[in-house]
Ligand binder design. Structure first.
Ligand code: GLN
Ligand code: ZN
Length: 760
């Protein structure tokens, strides 16, 4: 057959999140290692079977991970941070879990390795740590064992490994500073060893992922590709170099001279001209064309691909077709969904259906299947486009009528700030929190019972009000200045809002791995978005009746709602963000009319939505900022707008953060010992700012002295009139004991600093 198909990787969490539950049971000693290993094996077997049953030509092996695929490489090359090692212990799964999760046992007390976002996805990997003069060896042979496993089942196997250069790029140097690229030479021999072992097993192809080829690479990094692949290359096994999440035009000069046998490119995220590909790429490469989107859940337009690929067949006798990237970012199986109507369901494809799409497409191209199959497959796409579920003329009209004055506050910050200070009457260094208070098992049970209709609306509302009452009481006792209702009614900051908005649908089992055992179930944006009723107003209003202190209302911003959902693809992201923004704008106005004087619009995903290449940043930042302002600018000067951001490097986007023109930003900094503040030495943030003074992700209680020191440090860079005091993120994952003790210390520290200031 001329055209073959394959995928770059498959989800590993299991059809019913078996891996998640098994891991968590193993960590809490409820199952044995033997049980855990068995569950992993079952998942792999079932994944391979699904791939073959769907009609793929080979199974992809090595995409399974007990926690994370970057960590797999750390284990493979024996890159174990010394704090995670135990004397004479042979590498085992517990070592792996210690790196990922830290450990508090008597044998070993150590903190986890850092975790960060995998390119521009919502998946998090464990950041490799490198130290000076480090040595490596081939110590963890999971890749070989799993290859043997799949071979013994009679499959045609294509193993996949993350490439050495991307691996190094993703890691961090600890201790003495050096160029991590210097370590390449020591890592290459391990890849050579793996390739030699695989070739002994008669494996024909190995896929090596080097997604950094889509980035803007420094010269030395770019050149290291030639050096590395010359060394790794062997005539005993063929290398398919896989790139994804963007195009590689800017690195083509290097790519085209690499001694590899095949090249995978992402035709969904990358801007390629299929008609020119044959000229663009080295004719010796077998091209693998990523045509099926691995990042979204929409059915593929197979007819469009068929037409283009049919043409491409005239240029190249043979090539492969594939998913754009690994299917790690897509839920597993659409057929599990019972709550979606058949009509809506017919618009989507999850991982298993995407394998089927590849199989249909390749078989029709190879004349093994009639084109009618493709026509049948795409019928729902046409039905979707003309469906009245997705079109809302009123929303579309409103988008067209957005005017510049709708995205600008009435007065500038100096004027607003004076009015707000008079109005709110807050002390210097006002204290506040980020929104959520502990989500106890009681609260979670309450929400589940309500969802399953086990309790009435009235009972639910009454109980939520009790929780709000308690939150207010606790905050008053602690002496916070700006109070919140505590978000007991919210499961997740995006799902909660989208459930109240027209234009979204929800799956029951559409889980996607976020990190380790954690999964998220992103809502799906299918149509024009509008608000049906006020969402949060009732709760904030109720909270305000309980206290004389100002209540800060809490909303999730448009960019975050967009980033953490599966977006529709028939209109631009900018358009979707603006639709969400208009819906939230109405909510903001309703809150203000209900007597709320402070409104926080969270945008933790603002940085994460940033395109991978600098070239595309301005465009994104411009519409992202405008969307935010479209929600926030509707208020009077006297209403104070806050935003909150976390989990990211802000320095790159600081000028856009300034452009948001919020009155107050609360921002995560405490984990990096307020590293961010250094930035304010040279960059004067013009409005009020609350750099988080303690890390809510840790159960440790910050001491009064620690917080005081941080505040003193912050005051070096930020004028006291502009500084707020708050934790670095929401408190929902903490217990009440931890929360009260930590906030108590935060408030005492603030009082101490206030006293010092007044003495002067
Ligand atoms: N308001 C949200 C909370 O406190 C913010 C969450 C976040 O920043 N991720 O939970
Ligand atoms: Zn946060």
């Amino acid at each position: 057959m001329a055209i073959k198909n394959h995928i770059l990787g498959f989800p590993r969490i299991g059809l019913h999140r078996e891996l998640k539950f098994a891991l968590e049971d193993y960590w809490s000693n409820k199952i044995t290692l033997h049980d855990l290993l068995n569950i992993g094996k079952k998942i792999r077997y079932s994944n391979w079977k699904s791939q073959i049953d769907s009609g793929l030509d080979c199974v992809t092996v090595g995409d399974f991970a007990w926690y994370d695929h970057v960590l797999n490489i750390s284990m493979m090359i024996n890159n174990i941070p010394s704090r995670h090692q135990i004397d004479k212990e042979k590498l085992n799964l517990d070592t792996l879990f210690r790196i990922a999760r830290g450990s508090k046992s008597i044998k070993k007390n150590c903190s986890a390795s850092e975790m960060t976002k995998w390119f521009n996805t919502n998946y998090h990997y464990i950041v490799p740590e490198f130290v000076h003069n480090q040595e490596f060896c081939f110590s963890w042979k999971q890749i070989l064992e799993e290859t043997d496993e799949a071979l013994s089942l009679g499959y045609t196997v294509k193993p996949v490994l993350l490439g050495p250069i991307t691996y190094l790029w993703l890691g961090k140097v600890k201790g003495i500073h050096f160029n991590k690229l210097d370590l390449l030479e020591k890592i290459i021999p391990i890849y050579q060893e793996v390739l030699a072992e695989l070739s002994k097993r008669q494996v024909k192809w190995i896929q090596i992922d080097e997604p950094i080829l889509v980035l803007d690479l420094p010269k030395r990094w770019k050149q290291s590709f030639v050096y590395t692949y010359k060394k790794i290359y062997t005539n005993k096994i063929k290398i398919l170099l896989a790139t994804y999440f963007g195009d590689i035009h800017h690195n083509m000069d290097i790519v085209n001279i690499l001694p590899v046998n095949g090249l995978h490119i992402d035709l969904v995220a990358g801007k390629y001209d299929l008609m020119k590909l044959d000229d663009d790429f080295n004719k010796k490469f077998l091209l693998s064309l990523g045509v099926i989107n691995g990042r979204n859940i929409w059915k593929a337009d197979l007819l469009n691909w068929f037409t283009q690929l049919k043409f491409f067949m005239k240029l190249r006798k043979t090539f492969w077709i594939s998913t754009s990237c690994s299917l790690l970012h897509t839920p597993l199986d659409l057929s599990l969904e019972n709550n979606l109507t058949d009509f809506v369901k017919s618009w989507f494809s999850f991982s298993i259906q995407k394998c089927l799409e590849l199989s249909i497409l390749s078989r029709v191209l190879n004349n093994k299947l009639h084109i009618e199959e493709i026509h049948q497959w795409i019928k729902p796409i046409d039905a979707y486009k003309s469906s009245n579920i997705i079109n809302n003329i009123a929303v579309q009209k409103r988008i067209l009528q957005i005017s510049p004055d709708q995205i600008k506050r009435n007065s500038n910050f100096t004027i607003r700030s004076k009015i707000q200070k008079l109005n709110l009457n807050l002390p210097i260094l006002p204290t506040t929190t980020i929104g959520s208070f502990p989500q106890t098992s009681d609260i979670r049970k309450l929400r589940i019972d309500y969802k399953n209709k086990k309790i009435s609306q009235l009972d639910y509302d009454t109980s939520i009000k009790e929780h709000i009452k308690n939150n207010i009481l606790q905050q008053e006792k602690l002496g916070l200045d700006v109070l919140v209702h505590g978000e007991p009614e919210r499961n997740d900051m995006v799902e909660y809002f989208s459930e109240y908005l027209e234009g979204f649908v929800f799956t029951q089992y559409g889980w996607v791995q976020s990190y380790g055992s954690r999964c998220v179930k992103p809502p799906i944006i299918v149509g024009d978005i509008s608000r049906i009723t006020p969402i949060t107003v009732m709760w904030s209003k109720f909270a305000q009746t309980l206290t004389n202190k100002p209540i800060k209302a809490m909303l999730t911003g448009p960019v975050t709602i967009l980033c953490w959902s599966f977006p529709r693809e028939d209109i631009s992201k900018e358009n979707i963000a603006k639709q969400i923004a208009l819906a939230l704008r109405d909510e903001v106005l309703d809150l203000e009319n209900a007597g709320i004087n402070i409104i926080q619009i969270d945008e933790p995903a603002l940085r994460e939505g940033l395109p991978l290449r600098k070239y595309d940043w301005n465009d994104y930042l411009s519409w992202a900022v405008k969307s935010f302002q479209l929600c926030s600018s509707v208020v009077k000067d006297s209403t104070q707008i806050h935003t909150h951001m976390c989990y990211c490097e802000f320095n790159d986007i600081m000028s856009s953060i300034v452009d948001l023109d919020v009155d107050v930003i609360t921002i995560e900094t405490s984990r990096s010992d307020m590293e961010l503040l250094e930035f304010f030495k040279t960059f004067k943030y013009p409005n009020d700012i609350g750099p988080g003074v303690y890390d809510i992700h840790s159960p440790n209680i910050p001491s009064i002295n620690w917080i005081e020191q941080l505040l003193i440090k912050a005051l070096k860079y930020i004028p006291i009139q502009q500084l707020w005091v708050n934790p670095d993120c929401g408190l929902k994952t903490r217990t009440w004991t931890e929360t009260s003790l930590a906030l108590q210390n935060m408030i005492t520290a603030t009082m101490n600093i206030r006293k010092k200031f007044f003495k002067k």
